[in-house]
Design a binder for this molecule. Structure first.
Ligand SMILES: [Zn+2]
Length: 256
């Protein structure tokens, strides 16, 4: 059996309240080698660290999601820096821009994204970027800050944008969305991006792949996403898993 590494999950979500720890303590029973639990505000970043300190195969990312930057304390960057320096933290995220809902001021989102991306650069941590309906501004800030290593997770943009990001040495995160029947754009992008720049993720509890679309997602469903990626990239399943684990290992600088 091949074990897969889940590069982006949210086990802090209330959807896992009933079985979170049962799941995290025996990841291998679910075909999973390890996961990165990704924070979206101060509380979930702290929880990510807590899980990572408790379970060997769990790692933490800390960051403020663009939808949550409207309610941050003034000293949020100091708080974040302290969290980011904890031993089990392997990345800064998720940070970025989300213009899909008109709830958080765009200027504020841009400022917080840029500040956190700078912090990632200063701490030499990879950045996990969330970007929705904000391709141009995201590209602008990335070009400005020049982070050493970053992924645009749950990639949803066009091939045109992907090409610009490839030139900036971007990693691309693919979720269960690539298994959806109407997922033309991400599959087209997946086809074209370099093999060594692909990361696989659940983004659970969201984005459950077919045949589980619409259900609560967990890391055990990652195999369906990997199968689709292998098919699109014309690789054997086991080879694809090896490539994806190597990519995750290089991105997060951890032994997988
Ligand atoms: Zn996420």
């Amino acid at each position: 059996m091949e074990f897969i590494f889940d590069t982006h999950a949210h086990y802090d979500d209330p959807a896992f309240d009933a079985d979170r720890f049962d799941f995290l303590k025996c990841l291998q029973n679910h075909g999973i080698k390890g996961i990165v639990n990704v924070g979206a505000d101060i509380k979930t970043s702290q929880l990510s660290i807590k899980y990572a300190e408790r379970f060997n195969d769990v790692f933490a990312a800390v960051g403020m999601h663009p939808q949550n930057v409207g309610s941050l304390p003034d000293n949020y960057l100091d708080i974040l820096e302290k969290l980011a320096k904890k031993e089990r933290v392997v990345a800064l995220g998720e940070i970025g821009l989300d213009y899909h809902y008109d709830t958080v001021d765009k200027n504020l989102q841009q400022r917080c994204f840029e500040e956190q991306l700078e912090l990632a650069k200063n701490l030499n941590l990879p950045a996990i970027i969330h970007s929705r309906d904000a391709a141009e501004d995201t590209l602008g800030i990335i070009k400005n800050v020049k982070p050493p290593k970053f992924v645009v997770h749950c990639f949803s943009y066009s091939l045109e944008i992907a090409k610009q990001l490839v030139a900036l040495d971007c990693y691309f995160g693919f979720t269960g969305v690539v298994t959806f029947k109407n997922a033309k754009k991400p599959v087209e992008v997946l086809k074209k991006v370099p093999l060594n720049r692909i990361l696989v993720e659940t983004d659970c509890p969201y984005m459950a792949p077919e045949p589980n679309r619409g259900k609560r997602c967990d890391s055990s469903m990652l195999k369906f996403t990997v199968q689709k990626i292998a098919q699109v990239k014309e690789q054997q399943n086991s080879e694809m898993i090896e490539i994806l684990n190597k990519n995750a290992s290089e991105f997060y600088k951890i032994n997988i």
